[in-house]
Write a protein that binds this ligand. Sequence first.
Ligand code: FE2
Ligand code: FE2
Length: 417
Amino acid sequence: MSRLDLLGRLSRRLPTHVRGQLDAWREAGEVISHVRDPKVAAALGPSGVRGLLLHRGKQGRPTHVPASHSAHFDWTYPHDHPEMADLYRRAKAGQWDGDDLPWHIDVDPENPEVLLLPEDFVDKAHAEAVGIRLTDQEWLRFSHSMTAWMLSQFLHGEQGALFAAAQVTEAVQFFDGKLYGGTQVMDEARHVEVFLRYLESKMGRLYQVNDNLFVIIDALMADGRWDMKFLGMQIMVEGLALGAFGMLYKVTEEPLLRTMLGQIIQDEARHVHYGVVALRDHIRDELSEAERREREDWSFEVALLMRNRFMAYEVYEEWFEHKLTRAQWREMIQAAPGMEQFRTVMFSRLVPNLREIGLLTDRIQPAYRDAGLMRYFDGAAADALSGDQMLAELDAERASEVARGGFRGGAGQFAAK
Ligand SMILES: [Fe+2]
Ligand SMILES: [Fe+2]
């Protein structure tokens, strides 16, 4: 009998919460030991320990993350980057006030007439097969929990984005980028404001930060190199956010949430555009091949972390800890059609951006191919895709899904909205 089989047998005799903790440690070990590049392991490892083993984001009190970077001053104020200057102009014109969203809309998160998430977000037949039997009302409550969990993670990601945008504004070498960065700081503050307001006033709950998201945020806060902060935040986390916002914008029936996400997507499209422009020039002109390779490996590891690890365990602990193992839950969430949509939208945004900034060369492509991510390779990168285009694409996909009778089995009500 192998050691793993033996451990499996032994762990089946343990109480559920101990078994869950062992599973969480096993997963954490897998994340850290999977990283092959020692430089990448050194950059991600300490954050992995703080997030996955010590649960620093979950201690119910403020977290102090050490941050060090050098501020780049330029007293000659060069007009050094016309594309960033243009983004700055567009960002000024695109400012909006969170108070102007239609907050008067009465949101009942468990109203079967206005679904937060489509009925097939989770495959109910699969859920039943692993022993989950819920009434219709319980499914609505579950979907309330899942939506609040996702929005809570968006909010925590936005807090990270706010701080990262401020740090990058200091550290970046392009002067036009600094002015643009000032608008992004304001955008992220507004995103924190509106997600928090929605959670507090409409969802009535806030979930703690997911450990894997904490690891990514911690790693890029602690890294002194501005381009690593940028890669982590503007390309990876913002790419993830755009995917998640886009998925929810596409499927939700709740009109306030949809309006809010539409506005935020416009801002985020500019942020990722800025990330692509700044990193493409920096990676091409400033970095050695060894430095470029390190970033290529780092972004692949973070992409895997994002693909495999957002499993909503916080919802599992609330709902099913005593009925299912973490492995059964993981299997159900991985197979959920809603999560599949989320991964598709996310990677169709992220992969073309990595290609565009020079971090998806022939050297790493086999790894992406093995992970099933190369099918997104030919998509449009953020510098060729405006927020309006993204929203139009999502609206078209939503319309064709409705026409095919998707989301709620062909009910006309969805199409009428
Ligand atoms: Fe944001
Ligand atoms: Fe952003």
